[in-house]
Design a protein around this ligand. Sequence first.
Ligand code: F3S
Length: 108
Amino acid sequence: THVVTENCIKCKYTDCVDVCPVDCFKEGPNFLIIDPEECIDCAVCVPECPAEAIFAEEDVPPDQQHFIEINAELCASDNYKTITKRKAPLPDADEWNGKPDKLQYLER
Ligand code: F3S
């Protein structure tokens, strides 16, 4: 599977969903996740993300490993719904892009 990591939080650019051939993204209040059961590892979303937040599971950086579990966990949350069309990013996305320690702001 592929995994959405910390830099998506508070950005949510959503360029990724437009290119997904299997509609495996789910949207929460300020983050997206990939459904690990649906993702076919095509990797087309990886270069589309302006926040460079998406990695193949085997390429997730050491400091982002916990996001493998977070994607799986939030996939089962009622607050996360399938998203198939790009929408406007969060208002301050460009300001938050690249900021460290955003996990504390994740809305589950
Ligand atoms: Fe998030 Fe990047 Fe998609 S910021 S919504 S993973 S394009």
